[in-house]
Design a protein around this ligand. Structure first.
Ligand SMILES: N[C@@H](CCC(=O)N[C@@H](CS)C(=O)NCC(=O)O)C(=O)O
Length: 260
């Protein structure tokens, strides 16, 4: 049996869940960001990040490595294009989703998601900078999207990596627009019709209600985990002084750099 060290709201865990479900694989899901599972997560991933996946003796961490493992081990329903050039393109969309889109969304969502119980306001200009960069990325995606297929022709890891992000932009003030993004809107409709995506969206919605019922939360609410990519975007836009104050106030966790 496959065990997924999961979290309903993590875009990286959602990518892996989409791939598992699309491939028709059975798995057990553990919400490993819940504080009571922190020790279990640390035992499989010293960075204490989800997703991690255990399949018999094999433990894989990092969403793109997990997808590569699943593709190799369970190739029947492929998610990595076989054409070498198309595979490079799909992996680069995945990298953009994981490194850049995730960072922007993370950095501007701290005042929106119920996981964080913040009393303060965002530093001036942060939300606007994030919205500008996300709008530019949507413009880039619109240019590359095809009118009738998925991002790289057939459904691939590019779609599974980007969809969780695109589906969470609206509460952040960035929306797909029929005038500017006609092809992306079609892509979004095609994605939402897939059984694996419908399952994911229902899961996110149901668990958002369950996990945050009446102000309760099973997650860390004060400290933020700042992975390198998320700092790169923040510092690149000049918000280092704000971040240093977060560090000095004890609100920062940096993942351990010692794991392979
Ligand atoms: N590069 C990693 C990034 C994973 C990641 O950043 N996961 C976040 C959730 S979105 C996490 O587990 N953070 C630890 C925490 O919030 O405690 C991957 O692709 O799997």
């Amino acid at each position: 049996m496959i065990t997924l060290y999961d979290n309903p709201f993590s875009p990286f865990a959602r990518k892996v869940r989409l791939v598992l479900d699309h491939k028709g694989l059975e798995y057990e899901s553990v919400d490993a960001l819940a504080l009571r599972h922190h020790g279990d997560l640390l035992a499989v991933n010293p960075r204490a990040e989800v997703p991690a996946l255990a399949d018999g003796d094999v433990v894989a961490v990092n969403s793109s490595d997990i997808v590569a493992y699943l593709e190799h081990r369970y190739p029947d329903v492929p998610v990595l294009p076989t054409d070498p050039g198309v595979r490079v393109a799909a992996r680069s969309w995945e990298r953009l989703a994981d490194g850049v889109v995730d960072s922007i969304i993370h950095d501007i969502s701290l005042w929106v998601w119920p996981t964080h119980r913040r009393q303060d306001s965002p530093p001036p200009g942060l939300i606007e900078a994030g919205r500008r960069d996300l709008a530019a990325i949507l413009g880039m995606l619109e240019k590359s999207a095809s009118a009738d297929g998925f991002l790289c022709g057939a459904l691939s890891v590019a779609d599974f990596a980007l969809f969780p992000h695109v589906s969470s932009m609206r509460p952040l003030g960035v929306a797909l627009d029929p005038g500017a993004h006609p092809k992306l809107l079609e892509w979004n409709r095609r994605m939402r019709a897939l059984p694996c995506v419908r399952k994911d969206l229902e899961h996110v919605k149901r668990l958002a209600t369950e996990r945050f019922a009446e102000g309760a939360s099973p997650y860390e609410g004060e400290k933020i985990v700042w992975r390198g990519d998320r700092l790169e975007w923040l510092f690149g836009h000049g918000f280092h002084a704000w971040w240093l104050r977060q560090l000095e106030a004890g609100h920062v966790v940096i993942p351990a750099a010692t794991s392979p």
